[in-house]
Design a protein around this ligand. Structure first.
Ligand code: PLP
Length: 471
């Protein structure tokens, strides 16, 4: 059977890694310059390609509650469209010009109420939301303190802000957070004297690590060191929206910290299976954003169908229609962790450094489990594991530097409510079987020997391209 028939996604990826090199001789300078840069990625078999999951078991999409794949959201969405049969499909303009209307304002009020927030401001994407917040809210003289693993969109926003001092703290490390705040108090007189603010950026569930911010502890430290309230939090709920807290209202709601967090960002592109985001804040912050956020006013407001999908998603949350999926998701993650850790090969593989699963530590005592589970491997081995899974028709993807720190290559697994127990058990078994295969290779001292799936993929690759960089 050919590669194209066996695993179409892999076939496309293999084909795309072929270095173009000499074939570019007659290309325009414009294209050649770009292709040369892409060739550097191809030479390492790291060209990113757009891929489709196809019929594979899905361990990569963000449809955590399966609202999209199950069709539940479609039904609610079509019902919502039917309520306004004469709707205007287009957005008609920027929110500041013609793009504002009763529908979006009512929806914002409903969303604010659901999450226990004074106000809400809908944006076209979570990325745009973070860019708007961080480029606009921190004023000159403020300091931004951020968890070292915050999302790229926060960095994008920070880079556009007027803030000069931006201090990372060690990921999820409360002591490092405290040290960072203390050193700011020592060095920044305007902040110490209460004339300027510290804006703190954290995520609820980290997108590449799947671990949860110790938000309650961080809030306590900030309150202790800044009793005047000039240290304020911006919490990104992208991965907790819909899956954490009462009816999926998020981590801040589940911890009762609505009054302690100045700004929250929820995204609709993940568990809510739509697109867009919402900034939850007070009236002052909302007005500040409307007046200053370039990502907001130099773009059209979300179109009516986009808003209708968001409204339909929130209706499902509010009615409790997603609670069963929330519970099922928890059960599936639990099944995965149990099956993986009780497999006879698991300890062997972990002890030998073939892979490890940081989230395995103490998972039984966590208040909830997270749907993002990275399997950390040595560099390139994350590709070997991906090939192994893809050939078994399981979709999961490798992640490397610069998306994650060097030395922390991984296969990022993402679970959703409609993953069947059988799929989950097969996945856990497949990972451990691959672990055993790698262990055999390691024990045999045969450096450079590839595991079976990688051999197969590279033989396809070698038929049409070079294999530099894999051995
Ligand atoms: C933590 C976090 N924040 C924000 C975003 C951006 O969200 P959106 O897809 O709505 O632009 C993402 C998406 O990957 C994310 O993981």
């Amino acid at each position: 059977m050919s590669l194209a028939t066996q695993v179409p996604m892999l076939a496309e990826w293999v084909k795309a890694q072929e270095v173009k090199g000499a074939k570019l001789k007659n290309a325009s300078v414009f294209n050649r310059n770009l292709e040369e840069m892409l060739d550097m990625r191809r030479a390492e078999q790291k060209l990113i390609t757009l891929r489709k999951i196809g019929p594979n078991s899905d361990f990569s999409s963000n449809d955590f509650l399966s609202l999209g794949s199950s069709g539940i959201l479609r039904t609610a969405f079509l019902e919502e469209l039917a309520r306004l049969p004469n709707f205007n499909v287009g957005s008609t303009g920027s929110r500041l010009l013609s793009g504002n209307n009763d529908y979006i304002e009512t929806l914002e009020n409903e969303i604010a109420e659901f999450h226990g927030s004074e106000k809400a401001l809908i944006v076209n994407s979570g990325f745009e939301g973070n860019c708007s917040i961080f480029s606009t809210v921190p004023r000159a003289g403020d300091v931004i303190v951020y968890d070292e693993l915050v999302h790229a969109s926060v960095h994008e926003g920070m880079a556009r802000s007027a803030v000069i001092v931006r201090e990372p703290f060690r990921h999820n490390d409360v002591e490092s957070f405290r040290d960072t705040l203390e050193s700011i108090l020592e060095t920044q007189a305007l902040i110490r004297d209460g004339h300027r603010c510290v804006i703190i950026a954290v995520e609820t569930i980290y997108s590449m690590d799947g671990d949860v911010t110790p938000l309650k502890d961080l809030v306590e430290v900030a309150k202790e060191l800044f009793p005047a309230g000039n240290a304020q939090f911006v919490v990104d709920e992208a991965h907790s929206t819909g899956v954490v807290g009462p009816k999926g209202a998020g981590l801040v709601c589940s911890l009762g910290l609505q009054k302690d967090v100045a700004i929250r960002l929820h995204t609709f592109s993940k568990a809510l299976s739509g697109s867009g985001g919402v900034i939850l804040c007070n009236d002052t912050v909302r007005t500040t954003l409307i007046n200053n956020a370039r990502p907001l006013y130099f773009t059209a407001s979300p179109s009516y169908p986009t808003l209708a999908a968001i409204k339909a998603g929130y209706r499902l949350l509010k009615e409790g229609a997603t609670e069963q999926a929330q519970q099922t998701l928890q059960d599936r993650i639990k099944l995965f962790l149990t099956t993986l850790s009780s497999h006879p090969a698991y300890d062997r593989a972990v002890d030998a450094g073939i892979f490890h699963v940081p989230l395995m530590e103490g998972w039984e005592s966590k208040p909830f489990l997270t749907q993002i589970v990275p399997i950390i491997t040595p560099e390139k081995h994350n590709y070997f594991l991906t090939f192994h899974l893809q050939l078994l028709k399981m979709s999961a993807y490798p992640v490397d530097f610069p998306v994650v720190p060097k030395g922390e290559s991984r296969v990022r697994l993402v679970f959703k409510a409609t993953n069947t127990p059988q799929e989950i058990v097969e996945l856990a078994n497949a990972i451990c079987e691959w672990g055993d295969e790698m262990l055999e290779i390691k024990r045999g001292g045969k450096t450079g020997t590839l595991p079976k799936a990688a051999r197969q993929v590279y033989s396809w690759l070698a038929a049409g391209a070079n294999t530099n960089g894999f051995h």
